[in-house]
Design a protein around this ligand. Sequence first.
Ligand code: PXP
Length: 240
Amino acid sequence: MIELGVNIDHVATLREARKGVEPDVVAAAKICELAGAHQITVHLRQDRRHIQDRDVEALAQVLLVRLNLEMAAVDEIIGIAHRIKPATVCLVPENRQEVTTEGGLDVASQRERLTDVVAGFHDDGIKVSLFVDPDLEQIDASAACGADYVELHTGAYANAVGAEVEAELGRLRGAAQRTAEAGIVFNAGHGLTVRNLAPVACIEGLNEVNIGHSIISRAIFIGLDTAVREILDILDQYSD
Ligand code: PXP
């Protein structure tokens, strides 16, 4: 079964628009869990533009499914992750000006430091995923760092038009094959929707997808439970 992590950051984006208490992030997470999501993903950004520290603490206490904390590999957030101990962390690049995570992490240029960060999380029983572009050098570097997973950045595929779509799928397929050769498990995420998920779900070896913006957007019209279930239905069709 290809697993689904639902990223609920944008429930918090809506709440932070008024700095109040609605919509409630924990309630959203529990609806996703009841609908069958395998994991809840949140990104605790350094600028705290959506998810707040108290959200991560509350989710860690009430979730029955895994909590996956997306984060920059900076000391402040690393310290919070060690204290809260989510099941997994997904290390992402973070740039304060960006609207959303733009590119993958450059693992190759910071192998030594990331090897230490990964080992530190493993000492605390936390699994580590590295969010990388579908680039063979980055996959090899991620395996060399001791990461448990790479999450392949599907943003370029999601934004592609015309002939570029097949070219981006080819890059994702090549990267997936490299993860098998490097002995690392691969996940995928960014920009995935009910319309573009199927070709990614077909890629051999896919373990998990993390989907946020499209599920929360559709939830406004069809409800969160249905929005989660329709993604699960697609994954089900392509799971072994
Ligand atoms: N995976 C990672 C590592 C991300 O940074 C994001 C965006 O926060 C997602 C998945 C989800 O992307 P989207 O919101 O476009 O579905």
